[in-house]
Design a protein. Sequence first.
Length: 149
Amino acid sequence: MQLEIGSKAPDFTVDNQNSNPVKLSDYKGKKVVLYFYPKDNTPGCTAQACNLRDNFELLTQKGYVILGVSTDSQKRHQNFIEKHSLPFTLLADTEKIVHDLYGTWKEKQLYGKKYMGTVRTTFIINEQGIIENIIQKVKTKEHSLQIIN
């Protein structure tokens, strides 16, 4: 199923970096930035996370909760958070449950070689749980501006 602006955001439960279960429906009444990224501690993913970190106060003032999602383990997430002082939650979607629900696990190509991986995508979900925006061309160093505008 292809998600679109105006679709109900699929609910899920997956563990965060501290092995605590996180349910999307627990954030009803809040605006959620659900961002999917390929891998902790890689250049593009680090630039994106640090841009969100550097603008975290502005995003929270505007009412956003930030949830990052990758297939990395809780341990890798803890390391990433600690290394870069990330103030938001990272979800360890090791079984690709959330990726499957949101259609972000797809065939990719690098140097002519095809493989499966995370397509960097951000879903902006409103207080009623409806997808308000989908950012598919993520600018890692300017991501906060893409969310706010």
